[in-house]
Ligand binder design. Structure first.
Ligand code: ATP
Ligand code: MN
Ligand code: MN
Length: 307
């Protein structure tokens, strides 16, 4: 008697080498985006995403049951974390060392999706030199009710202010309500200097134009203003990664934009998964890493004294 072995029934789909379960689970009901759609998106966007994301400690925003379920902001890989996501041990301020996840390939991103990840957030430093930030982020957070025209004008003005100090940046729509300006840094200063500098720039803008900007987080101070959130520039702080999907209605994507696009866009989060895949870095043209040199710091100091 011949025993016929049935193939094991499996609903797992191989995406970038990761066996994805429950691929047809709906994560974004309104945009009709499933878990498999998300996994394929991160596989396809990996070549655009990884240059900015790889080797940075990650925080993951996980929504295993989709947009309507619970969400977890996860800093430390827990039990059951897939091998495709690598880990780096990091000593924290409490003196203890904890593992952080970092991605280095498409499989790592897809493995995170397998665990319910929707959003990827990155440190401002890479794992080989965690004490030396290689990017400054100015996260422009508009008060409720401010138009996007106001926000994008503010971003362009802050870009000009940075240029006055001798620093070039690139812009990203966060996929939420605001804009992030990113200054690529040479790894020549530590977090204290980077944070102090970022605070100084935010303070400069807020002091020069207190009706438009605030450098303080408080909601009361933000009334009808834009909070220039400089607190992304601390050791251990994160900001949303370029090309991360956001866990918000419509499945918007955080996308780098050209200055020309920024000055024309009507809405803060216009890019879908499909649209994000048609984009690239070439036109955004991020400037090369720049030093927070004595010259730049003196320029900020002078500007602060003259407002
Ligand atoms: P928006 O443009 O709408 O402001 P955003 O991504 O800039 O979108 P913010 O609220 O300004 O959102 O920034 C939140 C930042 O704080 C994120 O970039 C994230 O990396 C970090 N963060 C720290 N803790 C959390 C948390 N528990 N949940 C979500 N984000 C967190
Ligand atoms: Mn923001
Ligand atoms: Mn913020």
């Amino acid at each position: 008697q011949v025993q016929v072995e049935e193939p094991v029934a499996t609903d797992r789909e191989d995406i970038a080498g990761i066996a994805l379960s429950s691929g047809d689970r709906v994560i974004f009901p309104d945009a009709k985006v499933t878990k498999a759609d998300l996994a394929r998106y991160y596989r396809d966007i990996a070549p655009l995403m990884l240059p900015e994301v790889q080797d940075r400690p990650l925080s993951l925003v996980r929504l295993p049951d989709g947009l309507t379920g619970q969400r977890f902001f996860q800093k430390h890989p827990g039990k059951g974390f897939p091998d495709a996501l690598k880990t780096v041990p990091i000593a924290e301020s409490d003196g203890e060392t904890h593992p952080y996840a970092y991605g280095s390939d498409a499989a790592g991103l897809v493995a995170a999706v397998q665990m319910g990840t929707v959003e990827f957030h990155i440190w401002g430093a890479r794992r080989d030199r965690l004490d030396r930030p290689d990017r400054l982020v100015f996260d422009l957070d508009p008060d409720e009710g401010l138009s996007f025209a106001t926000t994008r004008r503010a971003a362009l003005d802050l870009r000009d202010r940075l240029a006055d100090l001798g620093l070039e940046c690139w812009a990203m729509l966060s996929g939420g309500k605001g804009v992030h300006l990113v200054v690529p840094l040479r790894r020549s200063v530590g977090w204290d200097t980077a944070k102090l500098f970022a605070r100084g720039v935010a303070t400069l803008a807020a002091t020069a134009q207190p009706d438009r900007f605030t450098a303080e987080m408080s909601k009361a101070r933000r009334k009808d203003r834009i909070f220039i959130d400089w607190l992304r520039n601390e050791r251990g702080s994160t900001s949303v990664a370029p090309f991360s999907v956001r866990a918000r209605p419509g499945a918007p994507v955080a996308c780098p934009v050209t200055w020309d696009e920024l000055s024309r866009l009507r809405r803060p989060a216009p890019f879908s998964l499909q649209e994000a895949c048609t984009r690239g870095w070439a036109d955004v043209a991020p400037p090369p890493p720049q030093g927070l040199t004595q010259k730049v710091i003196v320029a900020l100091d002078r500007a602060l004294k003259s407002v």
